[in-house]
Design a protein around this ligand. Structure first.
Ligand SMILES: [Fe+2]
Length: 345
């Protein structure tokens, strides 16, 4: 297991890099824009392949590295389904699993600091974002924060994890690096309350100044989506409405780039092939399934995913290796559903 805790001293943010082995897939939690070069260097040094970048919530104190990491490594960006971010490649909700090769994290919805705060549990450790900090808790006075919801997230979800579970937060301002559930239960001053009302009172009287970066960071972090219009401008895209008109058309192969769990949860376009995004390079390369399909049949390859990001990156990659018939379903299954497109399960 490879596990690295990285620190941005300007915002006091912890970023975590996880992988099951050298040479394998990696994921990164809460990356900071200014540190992206360092992450990419470390990923290279450890001989890893970054495949997912996740934010626990929409941050107010730093600009996320999600978009930059996606642009530079073609990794999948991930956030919770409640996030107000414009576009990420994948959205998760409570009960889902966030997976890469050899690593699976349980997704817990833990609102309170913000209404889009999620925690991620990996066996002996939990990444708590700003919901539960070391000897503290995330403020609840902006971004739809709610002390009552946070009490519920902490007392009824996080503190019910085994006592020895290690707590890795998104921030620390005093140099603490890790705690445990048992320690926080006993020693976190914010958690020594007798009722939810007492906690709400406590959180309502903190009188904190807004984060310095807030006016810059929040709007920036809401716009991390890949500009899919560039792909469309080149004539490599179809709208959901245009794609719906092609159902059953023998000249078109619909190709689903999502993961199996996403297909099962949200449904698929009938008759589509499944070619998961992490295997894209093999599939579009010479001798790969999609490459040979396009060459042998002359079919138009219509790539789709959840929101159109993975497919937009895939179309670019396919075009780069000469697959001229590859095109993007703009907005993905989300747009397809909104346009009334049929799905099967
Ligand atoms: Fe935060």
């Amino acid at each position: 297991m490879i596990f690295r805790q990285l620190f941005d001293s300007i915002s006091g943010t912890y970023t975590y890099l996880l992988a099951s082995r050298r040479g394998g897939e990696a994921l990164i939690i809460d990356p900071v824009l200014e540190k992206v070069d360092r992450y990419i260097q470390l990923v290279d040094e450890l001989d890893l392949r970054l495949v997912k970048a996740i934010d626990t919530h929409l941050h107010a104190d730093h600009i996320t590295g999600l978009g930059a990491l996606r642009d530079r490594t073609h990794c999948i960006t991930v956030m919770g389904e409640r996030s107000k971010v414009d576009v990420v490649s994948m959205r998760l909700s409570e009960g889902d699993k966030l997976t890469i090769e050899g690593v699976a994290l349980d997704v817990l919805y833990t609102p309170g600091h913000t209404d889009d705060s999620y925690s991620f549990l990996m066996r002996d450790r939990v990444f708590t974002g700003d919901t539960l900090l070391i000897r503290g808790t995330g403020r609840t006075d902006f971004q739809n924060g709610d002390a009552r919801a946070q009490y519920d997230s902490i007392f009824n979800k996080l503190l019910r994890l085994p006592d020895e579970t290690m707590v890795f937060p998104a921030h620390d301002y005093k140099g603490e690096t890790v705690s445990t559930i048992a320690e926080e239960k006993r020693f976190n001053p914010r958690l020594q309350v007798k009722s939810v009302d007492e906690y709400v009172d406590l959180m309502g009287n903190l009188k904190l100044a807004n984060p310095k970066m807030m006016d810059v960071a929040v709007p920036a972090n809401m716009r991390v989506g890949l500009a899919q219009d560039e792909i469309a401008r080149r004539g490599w895209a179809l709208s959901a409405r245009e794609a719906i008109a092609l159902i059953g058309c023998p000249d078109v192969a619909f190709v689903d780039l999502r993961e199996r769990a996403e297909r099962e949860k949200h449904g698929t376009i009938a008759g589509s092939l499944h070619a998961p995004y992490p295997e894209l390079a093999e599939n579009v390369g010479r001798g790969g399934m999609l490459h040979e399909l396009a060459r042998a049949t002359g079919k138009r390859i219509l790539l789709y995913c959840a929101f159109g990001e993975r497919s937009a990156m895939a179309v670019q990659a396919a075009q780069d290796v000469g697959l001229a018939s590859a095109c993007n379903l703009t907005g993905g299954i989300d747009a397809w559903k909104k346009a009334g497109g049929p799905l099967t399960r």
